[in-house]
Design a protein around this ligand. Structure first.
Ligand code: SAH
Ligand code: SF4
Length: 382
């Protein structure tokens, strides 16, 4: 059995090298070859001792995720589908902007949370991804794009864990992956440029605050428990008050601008002025615990099985205005890559569906709408 070195953060790789009787600095060299140079074979690692280069293949390999297909959107967004075995397909999306490149990564094949408005949720849970499969998405995309753009330096500046799956229900595999992203010998991303998105797995938010306080996007979607439990079933286990208390605790470990609340706008369901007022009351109540909030309104990306529809843009803007007038920082997410079904919640992992290319939301491809800042899909931190 060979060990996949993409499964290790630097500490793990050092321990692995120790077992082989190698010094720690060898692990650093190896780590840099893999992540900074994108090496997939030990022969390429010319500054490693020849004896080690010969020894490594007997016990180790560098195995990325298996590419199924690539889809390029007319707006520059790229979506890759990867086969992780047993019929499970996961997706990774690259969203280029003038000042940054964001990669949206999957953490699970399917998802057990089962949110009503999410096609991954409708698909059900298949399995957790390994660290190698999580890191492998970044490793592949970064080095593929460097080649494509004929660029030596970093192409991906931001990572968001907003692909398929609930990252905090795969914590053990997620944590080393985050460490690889942040490591200066790995991808060297700053903590504010790596965002974990969660539907609110409260105990794991506390763990993350202790272990690796990166930026956090909290999928709120409703201001009251009855409605949130209907949309995000996990709310029955961790209701809103508990969730927001956990958010306030998280903010003691991470700078306050690290946290965003995501709110998917569903026509007639959670987008009425009454919901905006309830949201303001909720946020004001928790401000007493020290919670500082920023709300990102996401136009719903529809799919037939949901039975839900997207709020009309004037409704989204009216909702945003009520929040803004109450002094709550509010942004509206601009959707990218919808012509290749790469928008949030469309990541169902069903290859057959991909032939059904639908063009949507052309009217939203503008920088500003009604004076309210429209931010990029999945972009939650600068
Ligand atoms: N499981 C995590 C991360 C993956 S989902 C979470 O729920 O946060 C990433 C984001 O996409 C979440 O904010 C989620 O609420 C949003 N999302 C899911 N389905 C969507 C859809 N159909 N339209 C718009 N946003 C959606
Ligand atoms: Fe899972 Fe997030 Fe989709 Fe909910 S929105 S089903 S938590 S991936």
């Amino acid at each position: 059995m060979t060990t996949n070195l993409l499964d290790y953060d630097l500490e793990g790789l050092a321990a692995f090298c120790e077992q082989l009787g190698e010094k720690r600095f060898r692990a650093t060299q190896l780590f840099r070859w893999i992540h900074q140079k994108g090496a997939s074979s030990f022969d390429q690692m010319t500054d490693l001792a020849k004896s080690l280069r010969e020894k490594l293949p007997t016990s180790a390999a560098i195995k990325g995720v298996k590419l199924v297909s690539r889809h390029d959107s007319e707006d520059g967004t790229i979506k890759w589908l990867f086969d992780v075995g047993a019929g499970d397909i996961i997706e990774t999306v690259f969203i280029p902007e003038s000042d940054r490149g964001t990669l949206c990564i999957s953490s699970q094949a399917g998802c057990a949370v089962g949110c009503r408005f999410c096609s991954t949720g409708h698909q059900g849970f298949s399995r957790n991804l390994t660290t190698a499969e999580i890191v492998g998405q970044l490793w592949f995309a970064e080095h593929c794009l460097r080649q494509q753009f004929k660029q030596q330096e970093r192409v991906i500046s931001n990572v968001v864990m907003m692909g398929m799956g609930e990252p905090l229900q795969n914590y053990a595999q997620l944590l080393p992956a985050l460490r690889v992203m942040l490591d200066d010998h790995g991808y060297g991303l700053s903590r504010r440029r790596v965002t974990v998105s969660t539907s609110g797995v409260v105990p794991m938010m506390d763990r993350l605050a202790q272990d690796c306080p990166v930026a956090l996007a909290v999928s709120l979607h409703a201001p009251v428990d009855a409605l949130r439990s209907d949309l995000v079933p996990l709310n029955k286990k961790y209701p809103i008050a508990e969730l927001l208390q956990a958010c306030a605790r998280y903010q003691q470990f991470a700078p306050r601008d690290f946290m965003t609340f995501e709110y998917c706008m569903l026509d007639g369901v959670n987008d009425q002025s009454e919901h905006a007022r309830q949201l303001i009351a909720l946020m004001q109540h928790h401000a007493k615990d020290g919670l500082v909030c920023k709300i990102n309104l996401i136009p719903f990306n529809p799919f037939p099985a949901s039975g839900l529809t997207r709020s009309a843009m004037p409704q989204v803007m009216a909702f945003a205005k009520i929040l803004l007038d109450a002094g709550i920082i509010t942004t509206v997410r601009k959707t990218r890559g919808d012509d290749i079904d790469a928008a949030c919640g469309q990541l169902a992992g069903d290859v057959q569906d991909r032939t059904d290319v639908v063009r949507r939301m052309a009217s939203q491809r503008q920088g500003m709408l009604g004076g309210i800042k429209v931010v990029m899909a999945r972009e939650t931190s600068a």
